[in-house]
Design a protein around this ligand. Structure first.
Ligand code: NI
Length: 183
């Protein structure tokens, strides 16, 4: 079932989400399915449970097709429960991001370029992965949602934050869609 996505300004997006403590809760399976359907319907590449008003440390991200992101390598689709993040470099890169909770806007956001992350998969097993570049950016964006952080909070130069059509007046939608994750 597609759920309503909360928009920036809703205080629920600013909460630190609670850990999932019962992996066998049937409600959890429903939430995972709903999150996935909501993400796909909204055309995002990631979504976190707090964005649909569910106070749990749970996120989904990834895309296989590179059609909408021709310059980006596919990111494997994954559901992560109680994820963790380890930053492996001091290198930070600025990149354009969008967010399903901040519709119509983009901002230039600094992110670590090389990370390890992990968590519990939806089959109950544990995973740990390394990621760089766009993959690392998407994870960090979604992980932030679990801590009540939205990408505009991280923008260092607020002149690089605005409405898509105003920031990129000469771009068509295909180009705009390359301008980073909606999650
Ligand atoms: Ni987001």
């Amino acid at each position: 079932m597609i759920r309503e996505i909360l928009k920036m300004g809703d205080p629920r997006l600013l909460q630190v989400a609670r850990p999932v403590d019962d992996l066998d809760d049937p409600e959890l399976k429903t939430i995972v399915v709903d999150l996935y359907e909501t993400m796909v319907a909204a055309g995002g590449v990631g979504i976190a449970a707090p964005q649909v008003g569910v106070d749990l440390r749970l996120m989904i991200f990834g895309f296989e097709t590179s059609a909408r992101y021709p310059d980006e390598k596919p990111v494997p689709l994954v559901t992560l429960i109680n994820p963790w993040l380890e930053v492996l470099t001091e290198d930070v890169e600025e990149g354009w991001e969008g967010c399903l909770s901040v519709p119509g806007m983009r901002g230039l956001v600094p992110r670590a370029t090389h990370i390890r992350y992990g968590g519990t998969l939806d089959d109950g097993s544990e995973t740990a992965r390394e990621a760089k570049g766009f993959h690392a950016r998407v994870f960090q964006h979604e992980f932030d949602h679990l801590n009540g952080v939205l990408y505009p909070h991280r923008i260092r130069d607020m002149t690089q934050f605005g409405f898509i059509d105003a920031l990129f007046p000469d771009s068509d939608l295909a180009t705009l869609e390359k301008l980073k994750p909606a999650g």
